[in-house]
Design a protein around this ligand. Structure first.
Ligand code: SF4
Length: 63
């Protein structure tokens, strides 16, 4: 299977300078190991805080 890194990166809202940008498999794995979610789960203004915690996600969803 061909890696779609360029296509993924074009649709990625992550503003953090990171070598995993577009490598969604590594991105998800990295954040999952920290009980976090990737940038794309957050609206842009929340994404820019770099708080990727499950707590922050639930807070933004009113859960
Ligand atoms: S969400 Fe996290 S792992 Fe993914 S590109 Fe952004 S900083 Fe890197």
């Amino acid at each position: 299977m061909r890696c779609k890194r360029e296509e993924n990166a074009a649709n990625c809202n992550c503003s953090y300078p990171c070598d995993k940008k577009g490598l969604c498999c590594e991105c998800v794995s990295y954040h999952r190991a920290r009980n976090e979610l990737p940038a794309c789960y957050f609206l842009d203004d929340v994404e820019r805080t770099y708080d990727r915690s499950l707590r922050k996600f639930m807070e933004t969803k009113g859960i």
